[in-house]
Design a protein around this ligand. Sequence first.
Ligand code: HEM
Ligand code: HEM
Length: 312
Amino acid sequence: MAALIQTASSVLRYRGGLGQWAWAIHRAAGLGVLAFLLLHIFDIFLVLFGPALFNELLFLYKGALMRVMEVFLLFGLLYHAINGLHVIVADFFPVLASRRLARNLFYVQLLTLVVIFVPAAFYMMYTLPLEQAGQNAALSLIVTLGVLAIPTGVVLIFSLWPTSRNAKIDMDASKGNYEDSLARIVASRKHRAMTRTELNIWLFMRVSGFLLIFLALGHFFLMHFIYGVEIMDFGFIAQRWVDPVGGWFWRAYALGLLFFALTHGVLGARYSIEDYIHNRAVRIILLVGAFLTWLALTVMGGLVIFTFYPSV
Ligand code: HEM
Ligand code: HEM
């Protein structure tokens, strides 16, 4: 815990530049989307208990507060996807990782994010039902810009905050500073070569990240902009999944999304556990907990995909 607090405060105080912020927001966004996914797999699981319970619990998605949280989710997912794509491409084409080009690409990234996020978030708020203050352009704009303003504000405040030049940096913990991270990796490689498992995980993170651009963003886009959250209930899922033509396709889509998003997210959470938890026993407990959570939710999600055959 002390390591986590120290790392968080150094990320905020240390001026590692754009790369540091790009990385810190990428990590926070990935963990945020994972937190949503854990809850989401559980709530979709409840469809197996029949329409009464499931439809009653859907107020979770349809309430005004949750609709604002969905705008945060969109921001996190979009930021993580665009930055993740940059990381993947730069890993395979190292010329893109040069400091100057990386900085310019980061600005392109931010522009792409704003161009997609602003109209999408505005639409999500504007199309709320009237009783939830829908069709209110001013409110929709305030929420949209408000969600953008939070990470921007944090970055600005801490970038302008006076920092002592010789602030002591603990080299044990990852600071979110690109050069520190590289130095740590190089130093650790001197002691141990990257194992085959680590290499496979590294590759899996990139392949799954690339697939998730289509699977996760496609799913979010479909649910919000093609169908609309308002019409979602037990019958909506049943109709899509029992359909003789499209049913198998949507089940296969959900299976791909379940496996890649959950595995990528849990393997990603492992980086934070290993970076911040220095006590060996606590670290092992958390890693085992992460594995058991992955297993339980894979089984729950799989049960829905393979056994949900209601009569419609
Ligand atoms: C707030 C936005 C979202 C809504 C309204 C939503 C809605 C739904 C619905 C209705 C289903 C049932 C299956 C279907 O009809 O296709 C579903 C399944 C699923 N969703 Fe989402 N979803 C959202 C965001 C996400 C995101 C961002 C992810 C991934 C990170 C995700 C991952 C999944 C997975 C893995 C399943 C299958 C679960 C299972 O097998 O039980 N969803 N979602
Ligand atoms: C939408 C497409 C996505 C892309 C392109 C993507 C890409 C990436 C990349 C390249 C990494 C770095 C891996 C490494 O350092 O080895 C990463 C890390 C991570 N991803 Fe994703 N990802 C995506 C979706 C998701 C989703 C849906 C979740 C949550 C379920 C997630 C959670 C994480 C987490 C927690 C990390 C670890 C961050 C860190 O501590 O450095 N990602 N992602």
